[in-house]
Design a binder for this molecule. Structure first.
Ligand code: NAD
Ligand code: ZN
Length: 350
């Protein structure tokens, strides 16, 4: 089969690779029909994730058809059209039982990064992919949900919802600021309303991204390159600060923006993956009763989100901006990597 193979920083190819086989009883083999590219794939390509070794097939988002299942797979059958969760989880270990799928203690792989496809196990940017623990890691797609809609639930939608909205404990009427209007931040924008957010302000320095944010439910947008960006946000809260600040960039300065925006008793929900450390003024955070959360997506809300997508309650199709065939994967990467010029949000490869 053909697959996108990582050869080391800055080096990848769409080339021949062995077709995956069932290795464990819980595995399924999926023929990948739709996949997409995540900012994390670009981090890997830059060499920011050294745990990913040359030879790895990249990609952790995908939709396809099951072509083979191991003897331990009971809920998924050959022929099912399925959404592949970016996190593989057994569903039975002590971590999975409390919903911490990203730290599954299942015998295959390691917790955390080991459980994201395309990291320590091969991924979805290929003609076929092996999915461990298929019963828990694959989701049958309702007929009225397209592949393009479903692929947004592999990673970005559950990430924005779980690590942004749920972890930030968005309550009815809350003012929510989402810093970073990339696909993940926009997924938080698109799902903040599910918990009743009253005001959803998207903050970015890219005007195109801010325009796109309105289509996902942002009630206000603020360009952070403006000198008075902070007072523009605070003006939406009678000067008190936002109830929840969701960080969806992954830079020290954007984390600091979240600290500056949160009201007394407010919450900061950090989604961004930070390569650099951030200095925290603990005395200030303590006296302001600020709560801070962070972590890796678990994808345990995927079945619920899939139902809402089937009911047309979340406009996921809007994430798809550019389309490529599988053999043009390298072009798709180029378009995605130059998002500020190409205005790409999610590039669809199918
Ligand atoms: P992205 O790069 O497409 O989007 C980031 C956005 O932030 C862009 O629109 C950019 O213009 C904006 N931005 C950059 N610097 C800014 C600044 N100084 N002020 C305001 N806006 C700024 O990334 P994405 O794919 O949307 O992912 C966002 C983050 O979420 C990344 O760090 C990614 O690694 C992380 N992520 C985390 C998880 C998790 O499990 N926690 C899962 C997926 C992605
Ligand atoms: Zn588990």
């Amino acid at each position: 089969m053909k697959a996108l193979i990582y050869h080391g920083p800055g080096d990848m190819s769409w080339s021949e690779a062995p077709k995956p086989q069932v290795l464990n009883p819980g595995d399924a083999i999926v023929r990948v029909e739709t996949t997409t590219i995540c900012g994390t794939d670009l981090h890997i390509l830059k060499g920011d994730v050294p745990a990913v070794q040359p030879g790895r097939i990249l990609g952790h988002e995908g939709v396809g058809t099951v072509v083979e299942v191991g003897p331990g797979v009971h809920d998924i059958t050959v022929g099912d059209r399925v959404l592949i969760s970016c996190i593989k989880s057994c569903g039975h270990c002590s971590n999975c039982r409390v919903g911490l799928y990203s730290h599954c203690l299942g015998e295959e792989g390691q917790s955390g990064i080991g459980w994201i496809l395309g990291h320590l196990i091969d991924g979805t940017q290929a003609e076929y992919a092996r999915i461990p623990y298929a019963d828990n890691s694959l989701h049958k797609i309702p007929e009225n949900v397209s592949n393009i809609e479903a692929v947004m639930l592999s990673d970005i939608l559950p990430t924005g919802f779980e690590i942004g909205v749920l972890a930030g404990r968005v309550n009815p009427g809350d003012v929510v600021a989402v810093i970073g209007a990339g696909p993940v931040g926009l997924a938080a924008v698109a799902t903040a309303g599910l918990c009743g957010a009253g005001t959803i302000v998207a903050i970015d320095r890219d005007t195109n991204r801010l325009d796109q944010a309105q289509g996902f439910g942002a009630t206000d947008t603020v360009n952070s390159t403006h000198v008075d960006w902070q007072s523009q946000v605070l003006a939406l809260t009678d000067g008190e600060g936002v109830d929840v600040a969701i960080e969806a960039v992954g830079l020290p300065e954007t984390f600091t923006m979240a600290v500056d925006l949160a009201r007394q008793g407010g919450r900061i929900a950090n989604i961004g993956v930070h390569g650099a450390s951030v200095e925290l003024a603990l005395q200030d955070l303590w006296i302001r009763n600020i709560g801070i959360t962070m972590g890796l997506v678990n994808t345990n809300t995927t079945p619920m989100l899939l139902k809402l997508v089937a009911q047309h309650k979340i406009p996921v199709a809007k994430f798809a901006t550019h389309f490529f065939t599988l053999d043009r994967m390298i072009h798709a990467y180029d378009t995605f990597a130059r998002a500020s010029e190409t205005k790409a949000l999610k590039v669809i490869i199918n």
